[in-house]
Design a protein around this ligand. Structure first.
Ligand SMILES: C[S@@+](CC[C@H](N)C(=O)[O-])C[C@H]1O[C@@H](n2cnc3c(N)ncnc32)[C@H](O)[C@@H]1O
Length: 237
């Protein structure tokens, strides 16, 4: 997968994609991540990327021209219907589709090329959304000052689901949300720590019992903290 992040603050990303699973995926050639400065695509001599809002009001709005130019540079077109198959142009926005694990999985499965647009100020000129963007995504019901932290969240969540990115020692199958439940509790050595013991069942080597305990605990945690996950789309439990 090729991911291109468009931002006016490329320095923000520093080494953020150079650790753990993402670093390993990059080294294995599973993903390539490039960060581009939107300013470099501004044609005017002041390299302006934002301007005052039509209709008045507070704040600035990110201009469409540099973003169109960046997408055209990367994809050879700004015609959404002419994007190569498997291409997603994502706009990060609190008004977008709330990001859930199943959506992340779909993106990881279906995407070959992704351009991620990070907004700032009051947001991005709506014509970008209307014509360039295939997916407008929100990472939650709160407002960040910029799309950059959201881009890190999206890329991290997605890259770890790419085939072979996690390596053989771990799997995303039992992660929270993957099977509709939160994950079960985990313990490691020492078995006894400051008077707190690891549940006996995890020490007895009986895999069927361990699986049953994990399932029960996952259900217990989900019921306690995220009952909404147990309620189906039609409202049934
Ligand atoms: C201050 S916000 C703009 C908020 C916008 N005026 C609104 O109320 O919907 C600036 C940028 O941060 C990013 N952003 C803020 N909150 C976000 C969220 N929850 N999910 C994804 N991106 C977000 C977007 O790229 C947005 O354009």
């Amino acid at each position: 997968m090729q991911i291109d992040v468009l931002t006016i603050f490329p320095e923000f990303f520093g080494q953020v994609f150079d650790f753990g699973i993402i670093r390993r995926a990059k080294l294995a050639g599973i993903v390539e991540i490039s960060v581009h400065d939107i300013r470099e695509f501004a044609a005017d001599k002041h390299k302006m990327t934002d301007d005052r809002p039509f209709g008045g009001g507070d704040g600035m709005v990110m201009k469409p021209e540099p973003i169109f130019a960046a997408v055209e540079h990367l994809l050879g077109t700004s015609d959404r219907d002419a994007y190569p198959p498997g291409t997603k142009v994502v706009l990060l926005s609190p008004q977008g589709h709330p990001l859930k694990q199943r959506h992340v999985k779909e993106l990881a499965d279906e995407t070959e090329r992704m351009i991620v647009i990070c907004g700032r100020y009051e947001g991005v000129d709506e014509r970008v959304n209307e014509t360039l963007v295939t997916d407008e995504i929100s990472i939650g019901d709160y407002v960040l000052s910029g799309g950059e932290p959201a881009a890190v969240v999206l890329v991290d969540a997605m890259v770890r689901l790419l085939p072979e990115a996690l390596g053989s020692e771990t799997s995303a199958e039992n992660d929270s949300f993957s099977n509709g439940l939160l994950d079960c509790p985990h313990y490691t050595r020492p078995a006894e720590f400051r008077g707190m013991s690891v549940p006996e069942v995890l020490l007895n080597g009986n895999h069927a019992e361990i699986e049953k305990w994990r399932r029960e605990k996952a259900l217990e945690k989900t019921t306690k903290f995220r009952k909404d996950l147990l309620i189906g789309e039609n409202g049934e439990m």
